[in-house]
Design a protein around this ligand. Structure first.
Ligand SMILES: Cc1cc2nc3c(=O)[nH]c(=O)nc-3n(C[C@H](O)[C@H](O)[C@H](O)COP(=O)(O)OP(=O)(O)OC[C@H]3O[C@@H](n4cnc5c(N)ncnc54)[C@H](O)[C@@H]3O)c2cc1C
Length: 312
């Protein structure tokens, strides 16, 4: 409910996105998988905002196919030595701590061969690489993380050695359910803005909302908003009450992100030429919406997950 309200009230979707990356993909994994010592060390700062968190799995050569990653962690004395790099990491350029995934046993595959580590800025061998400019969400910093002979203690392992898949699944379930809650709020705002414009903008002697072509677009926005809201609420309920919410999280993510993109495009169309101009802010909503079908797993990958749950 809070994220929905934030998506509605905050026009800076980049800020909301950065908050979600911090909260859902860093704070939640530490809360759900961290040792008591890790919780004591990180959660107070992450919760009061004095520390910024990130979640790093994507690499230049491995996006959807996460286990094709090249980052390796090898035992080194009583700790680990990490080498590799990550890309497209939200909050990466400013993060104080990152949940970083590395292969610890290539033979075991994704389940058993992947481990999550908590890596802190300032550790020798850990640096931020290139920072990227992007189409939308421009206030959310995104960049590379580089690990060169980075030595971390055994206590940096989040969860258990080989348990990275479980940590990743927790982050994705929470992110897919709750990041899209903010999109519901944004869609509500776009709907209200579009209705207000359609009622006041006059062409051919009447409000454009009286043209069926415009009114039907707005009717579809309403239906997609309410359908996305129900899917998201159900996914959030399941996350709260059941052990596995992955199918519902994928359905909520797919439906809501695609609805957000369609609603943003419709809002621009309803505003005509004014919608294309920066002043009206709907063009910003459209640019911000494009990423939603890419991050946290693309729409194609959500469909793959849903199909797998259906036995295909
Ligand atoms: C704004 C933004 C923020 C991000 N933040 C983070 C972050 O904080 N941390 C992080 O780790 N990553 C982050 N990412 C990375 C994001 O998770 C990846 O971009 C995404 O998973 C896709 O990977 P890719 O870009 O390598 O595309 P690819 O995997 O190369 O995909 C390219 C195309 O091929 C399709 N495709 C690939 N495999 C299949 C398949 N099996 N079936 C059907 N189609 C397929 C994809 O759907 C896509 O259309 C972010 C990305 C963006 C855009």
């Amino acid at each position: 409910m809070v994220l929905e309200a934030l998506g509605y009230g905050c026009r800076d979707s980049g800020l909301v996105f950065s908050l979600c990356a911090h909260l859902l993909a860093c704070v939640v994994p530490v809360w759900r998988h961290g040792s008591e010592a890790q919780k004591q060390r990180y959660l107070p700062g992450l919760c009061d905002g004095s520390m910024i968190g990130a979640h790093a799995i994507t690499e230049p050569g491995s996006g959807s196919d996460t286990f094709a990653m090249r980052t390796r962690a090898e035992p080194d004395g009583d700790g680990w030595r990490i080498n590799g790099s990550k890309t497209f990491i939200s909050n990466g350029p400013i993060a104080d701590v990152a949940v970083v995934f590395a292969v610890t046993d290539p033979d075991k595959g994704f389940h058993g061969g992947l481990t999550a580590f908590l890596v802190e800025r300032g550790m020798p061998g850990f640096s931020s690489g290139q920072k990227f400019e992007k189409l939308g969400l421009r206030t959310s910093p995104v960049g590379e993380l580089v690990f060169e002979e980075l030595r971390v203690p055994a206590e940096a392992v989040l969860g258990r050695v080989g348990g990275g898949a479980a940590v990743f699944a927790t982050a994705m379930d929470w992110e897919r359910c709750l990041l899209v809650a903010s999109h519901i709020g944004t869609m509500e705002r776009l709907l209200e803005t579009s209705i207000a414009y359609a009622r006041t903008r006059q062409q051919f002697g009447q409000a454009i909302g009286k043209f069926q072509a415009v009114a039907h677009k707005i009717a579809d926005m309403k239906v997609q908003l309410e359908a996305s809201r129900l899917l998201t609420y159900r996914a959030a309920w399941r996350l709260d009450h059941l052990r596995n919410a992955s199918l519902d999280a994928a359905m909520a993510k797919l439906a809501t992100s695609e609805s957000l993109l369609r609603a943003s495009l419709d809002a621009v169309q309803i505003h005509g030429g004014y919608g294309y101009m920066v002043e009206y802010e709907v063009e910003r909503a459209l640019r911000d919406a494009v990423g939603s079908t890419l991050y946290s797993g693309t729409s194609e990958m959500q469909r793959n997950i849903i199909a797998r749950w259906l036995g295909l």
